[in-house]
Write a protein that binds this ligand. Structure first.
Ligand code: GDP
Ligand code: MG
Length: 178
């Protein structure tokens, strides 16, 4: 039967230039436009997932504190989020470490710290320049009970869609447990 519409707040985090905006725009418009500003904004899209209308509110954060030492996450963003997409580039090891650190901060700082997270290795089309193996990405995600995907925001809409659908499934599970 039909279930009532739900809202899910999705926060994108990760280092600068890993493709957070590209993923957001790909998800919302199915397009890849190549260059994105650093505008901070929340975008919405309604999608039908498993016979239920899901209203996605996507916060594409330009927040970037890449130096690792002073890494922190605004509490406001974490409190807002029902689920988080943590993005790195498979060609950029430093961005993988940023994800590792942000994951630790999320698990430590938020209550409940079990907020659903999907880890995404982006820029799969540039696999010839790969510096983070699939295995490393998957292990990090599994060790923290996160979903894991490698995608190309530049080339594949379907894989990007899977990321957001998986996040909805994880959010549903976590809500059912409450
Ligand atoms: P953000 O800072 O994380 O929001 O990163 P952007 O979305 O602005 O992307 C940074 C740069 O990487 C831009 O030049 C994008 O065109 C490029 N980019 C993003 N995703 C991909 C991808 O999947 N493959 C390739 N080749 N380039 C990408
Ligand atoms: Mg951006």
């Amino acid at each position: 039967g039909n279930q009532p519409r739900v809202e899910v707040n999705v926060l994108l985090l990760g280092a600068h230039s890993v493709g957070k905006s590209a993923l957001t725009v790909r998800f919302l418009t199915r397009r890849f436009i190549g260059e994105y500003g650093d505008i901070e904004s929340v975008y919405s899209r309604v999608d039908r997932i498993d016979a239920q209308d899901v209203c996605f509110n996507v916060w594409d954060s330009p927040y970037t504190q890449d130096d690792g030492k002073s890494l922190s996450l605004p509490d406001k963003q974490l409190q807002w989020a029902d689920g988080i997409v943590l993005v790195y580039s498979i060609c950029d090891r430093r961005s993988f470490h940023v994800v590792r650190q942000q994951l630790q901060l999320i698990r430590r700082s938020r209550k409940p710290s079990s907020v659903p997270v999907v880890v995404v290795g982006n820029k799969l089309d540039l696999h010839c320049h790969r510096s983070v193996s699939s295995e490393e990405g998957r292990l990090l995600a599994l060790s923290q009970h996160c979903g894991f995907y490698e995608v190309s925001a530049a080339e594949t809409y379907e894989d990007v869609l899977l990321v957001f659908q998986r996040l909805v499934h994880l959010i549903r599970e976590s809500r059912a447990l409450r």
